[in-house]
Design a protein around this ligand. Sequence first.
Ligand code: HEC
Ligand code: HEC
Length: 367
Amino acid sequence: MFCEFPYMKKITSLILFIFLLACTRELADMNDLLGEPYQPTAVTIDLAPPFPKMEFPTDNPLTEEGIALGRRLFYDPILSVDSTISCSSCHHLASSFTDNKSISFGVDQTPGNRSSMSLLNIGYHYKGFFWDGRSKTLEAQALIPVEDPLEMKETWPNVIEKLKRHKTYPILFRKAFGILDRDSIQKELVVKAIAQFERTLISSGTSKYDLVKKGLATFTEDEAIGEDLFFDITIDVKDAECGNCHSGVLFTSLQYANNALDEITDINDYEDKGLGQITNDIYDNGKFKIPGLRNIALTAPYMHDGRFETLEEVLDHYNMGGHPSPTVDPIIRPLNLTDLEKQQIIAFMHTLTDTAFVQNESFSNPW
Ligand code: HEC
Ligand code: HEC
């Protein structure tokens, strides 16, 4: 048969060749993102007083496009191995970006070993991230959950492949970072975008506490005494010492301390060494990042292992002076607070609830 059409084979090959050429051209065009404009809009955040100016890394300035991309990525399960878990699975807006569990659960409901942390005002934190401070920057922090086998259990090369193949992400990366083609999507850009979004998660400045400080509201008598106990403002009330560690605008000095959670005799025996695991200094064993207490009423359970269900339990712990161990902070001691005084401190902490923050649409799931 074919002998009757001697040129048939050649013609078929030629058609195939032209077809393949067209295909590769098309692929090359798909990779090229130059058709999309790169005109990032710089963002300056209107900070509600008393919140100070935030320092941004010079190589990751805030832009509208970067924040929007970071927000999508934060809420997108594409970062996890089986598309079941996003950052927001363990950091819910309504709970001030915690998950209200004593420990978090990752892919396949794998239990983690610590409690999720609030992301409120996270852009101000300059002394490390995680309970043990093991990441130095927000960008470095965001690299960790993706490959953590107890969290998203994915690999960065896989995530990058998924993003490159995605319908819209390449364009969003182009708009945010000016990349020329899909192949330029890198994990460094993913975490830059997420960090930009996180830096926008700032208090609204409209908690009752803030309104009182601005002269726009007044504390109840219990709240006022609670504040006095917390910060030791006057000599008339007892000093509960809280303000030594939970200090300043953020209600944390951002230092690491041992607040006497467990009784331990040998300095090497802390079940979770916390900061000591990272610095390899035994005198840091049992020390953890001092959490900010804004929105504390929304973030139960409490402590790095979520051991306390309620603020009452937290106050009972501090009131008894905690448990002795080699690295306990010397400020921690029995406080001899009455039940009423404990309740007054709790009432004061409730004034730190920032309803406008947890209802802020621009922090919510964009999908
Ligand atoms: C499976 C639950 C889970 C997922 C998913 C998760 N986190 Fe977390 N996150 C945690 C826990 C638990 C901690 C504290 C862990 C520790 O100290 O070892 C934490 C800590 C943090 C911190 C440190 C906060 C501070 O005050 O130091 C940041 C920032 C953060 N997560 C952001 C993210 C981002 C961004 C993602 C997504 C890329 C993410 N998390 C995904 C549970 C999770
Ligand atoms: C020596 C410093 C220090 C003092 C004083 C102190 N704290 Fe803390 N606080 C910490 C540290 C460190 C943690 C986290 C400990 C951990 O999880 O291992 C913490 C955790 C907390 C938490 C839980 C936060 C969370 O997100 O889980 C609350 C609530 C709290 N403190 C309230 C108080 C109150 C109220 C007082 C005063 C009665 C007080 N603290 C005094 C250092 C201190």
